[in-house]
Design a protein around this ligand. Structure first.
Ligand code: ATP
Length: 365
């Protein structure tokens, strides 16, 4: 399967530049998710690759082929849209066949591919139905089938699960991931849903303002966000981001945050901080330890008053007052149920889970 490369891509509408000198390589067989808030330019990037939009400058290659100026049909891609885009008057089988009409294949080959896709997606019993007789999830499977029968090396997905309810989305996530494991195709998938990105991607490109903020595996993006945007965007509840100052003395490096001290001695600084440097400390709600939970490498431990708690079934979050803001701390629902506003609770944060950013540039230190 080929790699896909975007080189120095610019896309402008008049004086408004949507994509700004963007470089990105999607490796052979990779499942790359373009993730970012509404308006960040992810659909624009996908449409440039599909050939549905023209670049203002830059080059797109698929394998060794420069496809920048090629027609969509000559690029060797298949696309699945959010809206499914099925033909309402054709049956499921008719929709699958229609995807192949431009390829001038013999009938036996068309039959073989339709049967293969229908089996893979478990839509064989639905082949004679029209789209109006299908559920949302079934329609989406047919839309994926119509792309699969083309047997192209690169698949593009534009928010394919946004119209489905939460349960179906979870099922389809698994199905699409399984398909990728089986077919080993290169996939570029657009979403603003971080759970989809974290569960399916082999690599995530987090975008904001027409720029790729970080490219990495889901684990890298989650554990080592490279800047404040990525840190705040990935994770739910979001990472606590609190301003503080570095103090260096007698070989120790500490951070003071709202009057509380964190030991940064074990933090693997990529760039050494200076004494007095303004920083932002990032603390994930799920990494705090509460009484009864051991935190052997605690960088800081403090007693804070409870403002309120929130339970979401299996999980609970306590919001604790810290300075003029709130600190989200994930905890056991039973413990949270026993807490009342004004109670205090001791929390500790492990040094190995700290995130430290330069407050001026927003970059990870
Ligand atoms: P969403 O998740 O809402 O679809 P997105 O990240 O996919 O968002 P794009 O659709 O790529 O965002 O749009 C990126 C930016 O480009 C937006 O600010 C949008 O308003 C702008 N834009 C898109 N198409 C045009 C156009 N034809 N003319 C002018 N601006 C456009």
């Amino acid at each position: 399967m080929p790699r896909v490369q975007f080189e120095d891509i610019i896309k402008s509408y008049g004086r408004f530049t949507v994509l700004k000198n963007l470089d990105l390589t999607v490796e052979d067989g990779e499942f790359l998710v373009l993730l970012g808030p509404s308006g960040c330019g992810k659909t624009t990037l996908l449409n440039l690759l599909a050939g549905l939009l023209d670049v203002s400058a830059g080059r797109i290659t698929i394998g060794e082929r420069d496809v920048t100026d090629l027609d969509p049909k000559d690029r060797g891609l298949a696309m699945v849209f959010q809206s499914y885009a099925l033909y309402p008057t054709k049956t499921v089988e008719g929709n699958l066949r229609f995807g192949l009409s431009a390829q001038k294949l013999d009938r036996a080959e068309v039959d073989r591919r339709v049967a293969w896709a229908a089996k893979l997606l478990q839509i064989e019993p639905l082949l004679a139905r029209k789209p109006a007789q299908l559920s949302g999830g079934q329609r989406q499977r047919v839309a994926i089938g119509r792309a699969l029968v083309k047997q192209v090396p690169v698949f593009l997905f534009d928010e394919p699960l946004s119209n489905l309810d939460a349960k179906l989305r979870t099922e389809m996530r698994l199905e699409i991931k399984k398909l990728h494991d089986e077919l080993k195709s290169t996939i570029v998938y657009v979403t603003h849903d971080q759970i989809e990105a974290m569960t399916m991607a082999t690599k995530i490109a987090v975008m904001d303002g027409g720029v790729i903020q970080q490219l990495g595996t889901p684990d890298e993006i989650y554990t080592r966000p490279q800047n404040l945007f990525v840190a705040g965007f990935i994770g739910s509840p979001a990472m606590n981001l609190r301003r503080g100052t570095v103090t260096k003395s007698n070989g120790s490096v500490r951070a003071t945050v709202d009057g509380h001290e964190f030991d940064l001695g074990a933090y693997p600084f990529e760039t050494a901080p200076t004494d007095g440097q303004p920083i932002v400390v990032g603390l994930r709600p799920e990494h705090f330890g509460v009484p009864g939970e051991a935190v052997p490498d605690a960088a800081g431990s403090f007693e804070l008053p409870v403002q309120y708690t929130e339970r979401t079934g299996a999980d609970a979050t306590g919001y604790l007052r810290l300075g003029d803001g709130l600190l989200a701390v994930r905890m056991d629902p039973e413990r949270s149920g026993a807490l009342r506003q004004g109670n205090t609770i001791r929390v500790a944060y492990p040094g190995s889970r700290l995130n430290v950013f330069d407050a001026t540039t927003g970059q990870r230190l």
